[in-house]
Each structure stands twice: as structure tokens, then as C-alpha cells.
Ligand binder design. Structure first.
Ligand SMILES: [Zn+2]
Ligand SMILES: [Zn+2]
Length: 166
């Protein structure tokens, strides 16, 4: 069995549009590689810093993600290799394993679908779009009853006065 503690730099961005590990970010890998009958079993953790956007108020969010890996990399011509579809198992290729896809998959599953800057982020004002966290307390707008809105529009048009209908 081999134990591997390494720091790698992500070659590409991992994650979704809302949050992810940026390309060029260092990830700490703490892995054990074990030879089993069907291949190499990789277990351990990987962690790295994430950068994203709060899904409610759009403020930047920085966090750390830690994933637990348990991946079998099947030997060529092993039972697993021969009986499992290509996309369902990783493989040992040229005596080496490529962790990249395994990491991308694991991190993708671990990242939140809707990242939040904090649990009770109030988000944006639905009327003017200001972040309610930075707005004055009790931020609100005078609302015009929708039944009156058409009337108000008409008054506004007449108020212009600069156009004549000839
Ligand atoms: Zn927020
Ligand atoms: Zn507002």
C-alpha cells in the first residue's frame, strides 16, 4: 500500500457556474493507494478552496470543500474491466491512474447547489435589486395596487405635455 500526501494545482476550474474551485488553486490530497485483485483502490480526502457567489444576494462567497474519495481503478483485462461499461469505472492506463476526473466528479457532487453567504441571507429586494443586508432596516417600496397601475400610467402620459397630437 502506498500513502500519498500531495498538493496539486487544479488545471481547470471544477464546479458549477455558482461555485467552484478555480483553475490554478492548490488542492491537498491525502490518499492511500491499495493494490486489490481487480485494480488499484484509491481512498482518502482531497480539499481545496472554493470561490463562488451567494445564490440569494450575489455577494462573493469563499469556502473550503473536502471530498472523500473511494475509487477503484481497474486493471486492464481484469474481470471488472471486462464486465463494466467504459464510463462506469476508472481504469489503470499505462501503469498509472489519472485522478483528475475522479476529483472533478467528487467535488462536483460535494459543492452546494445554491451557495449562501450565510444561512439566513435575506437576498435582494425584489423591487429594486439592492442587497437587503446593505440596505437600511425595513427597506421597502410604496406599492401601487395593480388595479390602479393603468390609471397612474395614463396620468403620467398626460403629465408630459410636450407632445401635441396635432
Ligand atoms: Zn447572500
Ligand atoms: Zn428595494
Amino acid at each position: 500500500m502506498i500513502e500519498s500526501h500531495r498538493t496539486v494545482v487544479t488545471p481547470i476550474r471544477i464546479g458549477s457556474a455558482m461555485i467552484g474551485i478555480e483553475a490554478g488553486t492548490e488542492m491537498d490530497l491525502d490518499l492511500r493507494l491499495e493494490s486489490v485483485s481487480e485494480g488499484v483502490l484509491v481512498t482518502g480526502t482531497a480539499c481545496g478552496e472554493t470561490a463562488g457567489q451567494c445564490s440569494r444576494c450575489l455577494e462573493p462567497v469563499e469556502d473550503t470543500v473536502t471530498v472523500f474519495l473511494t475509487e477503484l481503478f481497474a486493471y486492464p483485462d481484469s474481470e471488472t474491466d471486462n464486465t463494466t461499461a467504459d464510463e462506469d469505472v476508472f481504469r489503470v492506463e499505462d501503469d498509472s491512474i489519472d485522478l483528475e476526473q475522479a476529483l472533478i466528479d467528487a467535488v462536483g457532487l460535494e459543492l452546494p447547489m445554491s451557495p449562501l453567504c450565510r444561512e439566513d441571507c435575506p437576498g435582494l429586494c425584489p423591487d429594486c435589486g439592492v442587497a437587503l443586508d446593505s440596505a437600511e432596516p425595513g427597506h421597502a417600496h410604496d406599492k401601487i395596487d395593480p388595479r390602479w397601475a393603468g390609471l397612474v400610467d395614463r396620468f403620467t402620459d398626460q403629465g408630459d405635455g410636450s407632445v401635441s397630437n396635432g
